[in-house]
Each structure stands twice: as structure tokens, then as C-alpha cells.
Write a protein that binds this ligand. Structure first.
Ligand SMILES: NC(=O)c1ccc[n+]([C@@H]2O[C@H](COP(=O)([O-])OP(=O)(O)OC[C@H]3O[C@@H](n4cnc5c(N)ncnc54)[C@H](OP(=O)(O)O)[C@@H]3O)[C@@H](O)[C@H]2O)c1
Length: 320
């Protein structure tokens, strides 16, 4: 897996470690019972987690962490040849939409050229490549979108993700593209915030926040996205999938729910229109996904936004 220090990367690490733990427990149980000769139907996943800098996941045992700059082609090649993975889940990317406009060269390197390098490695070894993409490949004029709807990105970030999708579609390795929307959740030592943590943090400090009322999204719980990636990886399910929460909400509505959940002052929220923000990258107006393909082929079951907040709340209580 690439990008293991990120939000999705850390949730995937959690999930894989949990699954391996369950399999180990079942194996021990089986070995102590009479059916010890029965073959094991599932094997543990050997996780190789790649990210830059120190490993920020609190659990450091049970897998291999490699500190790597993924843009270093030779190093990436050496790691790939050494471990010969069956599957690569590629979560690393330049994910900050405005930064992509500010530094288009780095955006191209990380979001497109790195994907090309991974494709070359995966093609040579027939490795399954699972790539993460975004609702920002669409222009937001007529969401929610199906997998085969016409993309029309408004930003360099969206364009770079669409370009990487095109490379993957032309590749000769087994591939899966998972597009997602506004991912939220909490992990240790995050390099990037998300809507839930940002709004909660600001409102708790009594800060007034300006929130766009003319953009609609389906916020996605990071745990749900990780489960969908793993569901595609294990039996090698290929193709393009839309994976998000199932509730289409205006960003103001999302933030109001966050305030309501934690009993915070909703009067601090000022609804504004996107054009007053002067953001570098244009955002699509209304995205959202049709999820039927993920329901039927990945067994995907999204958590409701309210339940997602309950989960984060319980995780925060464990941290404090
Ligand atoms: N988050 C969203 O709302 C959202 C929405 C749609 C699609 N997606 C897609 O979903 C995927 C996962 O998103 P995420 O939210 O988990 O992203 P994230 O939290 O930003 O994680 C990305 C990780 O990749 C690492 N990384 C970046 N460049 C690297 C490099 N050159 N070498 C090694 N590691 C590198 C980052 O390291 P640092 O921590 O050191 O920066 C970070 O830990 C991305 O492909 C993103 O485009 C996300």
C-alpha cells in the first residue's frame, strides 16, 4: 500500500491488522479442535506500508513499514522487486486541491507520473493495481454521477486524477479505480484535516466560520472507503467503482449536522457562496455518486453521516 501515513492509508492498515488478527485467532481455535486437518480458506495479508518519514500509525508491529519518497523511481522499483506484491493499493497523491494549482509540476509528478511508474511495475508482474480517484473529475453540473458518466474536471487536481485514470484504463495489469468524495475520519498525527475535524475544532473555539451553501457532496467515512478497497483487493474485483457516503448534502448542511452532534453553536456558521471565497481551484457544484455498482459487486454498505460522527466521537474519547 502507498500513502500509509494518510487518512485512508492508516484506516487500511487498521483493517488489515484486524483481519489478520481474526484469522490468527481462528487458526489457533481450529488447531485446538478436531477439525485441524481442514484446509484454511483464507490467508493473512502481508502488508508492506509505504509512506514518507516516520511511521505515524500507532501500531508498528505485524507489518513492514518503509520510509520512501515514492517519486524516487529506483527505490520504488527496488521495493517492488523485493516484496513482489500481489496487489498495490495506491492511496498516496497530492490531495490538496489548491496546492495542485500552485504547483502543477509536482501535481503532475505525484498524481500522474507516479501512477505510470506503478503501472509499469504492475504490468511486468501482473499485479493488481487499485487506484484512488475523485468526484473532482466531474464538473458538478449534473451529479450524482454513475461510473460511466462523462468527466469534465474543473481543476488541475481533477484533471491529474482523470489523466491517471486514463493511463490505468489503457494498462495491461488487472486494475480497479475507486472514486471517492470528501473523506472524513480521525487517525493519529494527521498531516491534513478534514471537514469534520475542521468544523468541530473551529466551533469549539467559538470561531465564526464561513461555509459554502452552493456545493453538495456525499461525505465518506474513511473506514467505509478502506473496507471497499479491501473488498476489491481480496478477490481481485476490477473496473471503476463509485464509493462514498449515501447522503447528498450541501456543505452548510454537513457542518450544521456536525454542530448539532457536538452541541456547538450553529449561529457561528455563516453560509456563503463559493464565488466569494477566491479559492485557487474551481470546485464542482453538485457531485455525489450512484453507488449501486459498489453495493452489488463490493458488498459496500456506507455508514450514515450521523453514525460516522458517533464513531469519531468514540475514537476521540479513546485518544483523550
Ligand atoms: N480526502 C479526500 O477527501 C479525498 C477525496 C477524493 C479522493 N481522494 C483520494 O483518496 C486517496 C487517499 O486520500 P487521503 O485523504 O488518505 O490522502 P492523505 O491523507 O493526503 O494521504 C496521502 C499520503 O500519501 C503520502 N505521500 C504523498 N506524497 C508522497 C511521496 N512522494 N512519497 C511518499 N508518500 C507520499 C502523504 O504523506 P505526508 O503525510 O507526508 O504528506 C500522505 O500520508 C488520494 O488518492 C486522494 O486523491 C481523497
Amino acid at each position: 500500500m502507498t500513502g500509509s501515513n494518510g487518512l485512508l492509508g492508516q484506516k487500511l492498515t487498521d483493517l488489515i491488522l484486524q483481519e489478520n488478527h481474526m484469522l490468527q485467532k481462528n487458526r489457533i481455535l481450529q488447531e485446538t479442535k478436531s477439525n485441524r486437518d481442514k484446509p484454511q480458506s483464507r490467508t493473512e495479508i502481508q502488508l508492506i506500508a509505504l509512506s514518507r518519514g516516520v511511521n505515524r500509525h500507532p501500531q508498528q508491529q505485524g507489518y513492514t513499514y518503509i520510509d520512501i519518497d515514492l517519486l524516487n523511481k529506483e527505490e520504488l522499483n527496488a521495493v517492488f522487486q523485493h516484496y513482489q506484491p500481489d496487489c498495490v493499493i495506491h492511496t498516496a497523491a497530492m490531495t490538496h486541491v489548491d496546492q495542485c494549482e500552485e504547483d502543477p509540476i509536482l501535481c503532475q509528478k505525484l498524481n500522474v507520473e507516479l501512477v505510470k511508474n506503478l503501472i509499469d511495475l504492475c504490468e511486468a508482474a501482473a499485479t493488481h493495481l487499485i487506484h484512488l480517484s475523485t468526484d473532482f473529475i466531474f464538473d458538478g453540473q449534473d451529479g450524482p454521477y454513475k461510473e460511466d458518466d462523462q468527466p469534465n474536471p474543473l481543476s488541475l487536481y481533477g484533471q491529474s486524477k482523470l489523466d491517471s485514470e486514463a493511463l490505468i484504463r489503457q494498462s495491461n495489469c488487472p486494475w480497479t479505480i475507486i472514486r471517492t468524495i470528501l473523506v472524513y475520519g480521525i487517525v493519529d498525527d494527521m498531516s491534513r484535516s478534514n471537514i469534520v475535524l475542521w468544523a468541530k475544532g473551529a466551533l469549539e473555539k467559538g470561531q465564526e466560520i464561513r461555509v459554502v451553501q452552493d456545493q453538495w457532496r456525499m461525505p465518506t467515512l474513511a473506514e467505509d472507503l478502506a473496507a471497499a478497497c479491501l473488498a476489491a483487493a481480496k478477490p481481485k474485483i476490477t473496473g471503476v467503482f463509485h464509493v462514498s457516503g449515501s447522503e447528498l448534502m450541501a456543505i452548510t448542511e454537513i457542518v450544521q449536522q456536525i454542530a448539532k452532534f457536538w452541541n456547538l453553536d450553529q449561529n457561528l456558521i455563516t453560509p456563503i457562496n463559493s464565488d466569494t471565497l477566491n479559492q485557487k481551484a474551481k470546485r464542482p457544484r453538485r457531485t455525489g455518486f450512484h453507488l449501486e455498482k459498489a453495493y452489488s459487486q463490493l458488498g459496500y454498505r456506507p455508514t450514515s453521516f450521523w453514525e460516522g460522527l458517533e464513531l469519531i466521537d468514540s475514537q476521540l474519547q479513546k485518544i483523550s
